[in-house]
Design a protein around this ligand. Sequence first.
Ligand SMILES: [Zn+2]
Length: 61
Amino acid sequence: MTTFKMPNTHSVAFTCDDCGTSLDTERRDFNTARDVLRSEGWQTKPAPGGAWRHLCPDCRD
Ligand SMILES: [Zn+2]
């Protein structure tokens, strides 16, 4: 799971685990941020060890 908070706005952002591009959802609530991520075409996949992988529209299956 590659998530981080934007330093200035404290909104939730995601980084693609494949190419490293990031998306600032401009939302502070994680669940809302995940909805934004999904609507932007990103994919969330379970990874070994109970983690999650986030893939941008260019890297998703
Ligand atoms: Zn990517």
